[in-house]
Design a binder for this molecule. Structure first.
Ligand code: SAH
Length: 242
């Protein structure tokens, strides 16, 4: 056991962008309360010329610039020996998922290497055993928003950061399904009423309705998730319990 909280070390050319939105709301309060921690390291501080150059033109030609392996390696090494996963933000990476967030949140934190420009010299990815991770099939201008998204997904799972853990059970992806629709006051909005059953006070019926809506939504919007859920056998468990 260690007293160190879950710590995100973000390697970024834009340290002023952090904590940014991660400093707001429940995450910000958790940060202040010491439930998690964040540090930034700027590769520019490890550059060795008077212009603090961190990038250079791509070998083989082509547009844009590439972040240098030697400067990034020095930046990563400055963090010292560490058992935390070292992730590099990359559209080519392993897709980030809720299951991945759970795994990461159970550890001591992670190192998040944020690329810029056309990306990062492959040799530092290989040489420092960085795992490439993607937040989706689209291209950002830099890894900072990807890192912030991953950190937010992990930190909200750390005990003490969010309120009641039971409020997460029905959430999208927790059971392999998307969440049912939510409603709150007013009872009627522009002629649209809250579904009657949610006002019935019958918790069994409400749970069954929510389950049905979650299934319908998942089947319609994410047949891939629905199929995986059916294959997982949760389908059968559900059948027996109802
Ligand atoms: N030329 C690269 C994209 C570079 S975008 C390619 O075609 O694959 C610049 C940086 O933004 C990347 O190095 C990466 O750190 C970050 N980035 C862009 N899209 C991302 C995504 N979908 N997920 C995670 N990081 C991303």
């Amino acid at each position: 056991m260690t007293d160190q909280p879950w710590t995100a070390s973000i390697i970024t050319l834009y340290p002023d962008a952090m904590p940014g939105i991660l400093g707001a709301g429940v995450l910000g309060r958790g940060l202040q309360a010491g439930h998690w921690a964040l540090e930034t390291v700027n590769p520019r501080d490890f550059a060795d010329d008077k212009h603090s150059t961190v990038d250079d033109t791509p070998a083989g030609g082509g547009p844009g610039m590439v972040m240098r392996a030697d400067i990034l390696a020095k930046t990563i090494d400055s963090l010292g020996q560490d058992t935390r996963p070292r992730l590099v933000m990359s559209p080519r990476g392993r897709p980030f998922t809720q299951a991945f967030a759970h795994d990461l949140s159970r550890g001591n934190g992670a190192v998040f290497v944020c690329g810029r420009f056309e990306g990062i010299d492959q040799r530092v990815i290989d040489g420092r055993a960085l795992e490439e991770v993607s937040i989706g099939d689209f291209v950002l201008a830099g890894g900072e928003i990807a890192a912030a998204a991953m950190i937010e997904a992990c930190v909200r799972l750390i005990p003490g950061v969010l309120g009641a853990p039971s409020s997460r059970e029905d959430e999208s992806f927790e059971q392999g399904l998307l969440e049912y629709p939510q409603y709150t006051r007013p009872r009627e909005f522009e002629g649209r009423a809250i579904p009657e059953i949610l006002l019935s006070g019958d918790h069994g019926k409400i749970a069954a309705w929510r389950r049905e809506e979650a299934l319908k939504l998942t089947r319609a919007r994410r047949p891939d998730l629905y199929e995986a859920w059916v294959q997982s056998g949760d389908y059968k468990k559900d059948d027996q319990s109802s």
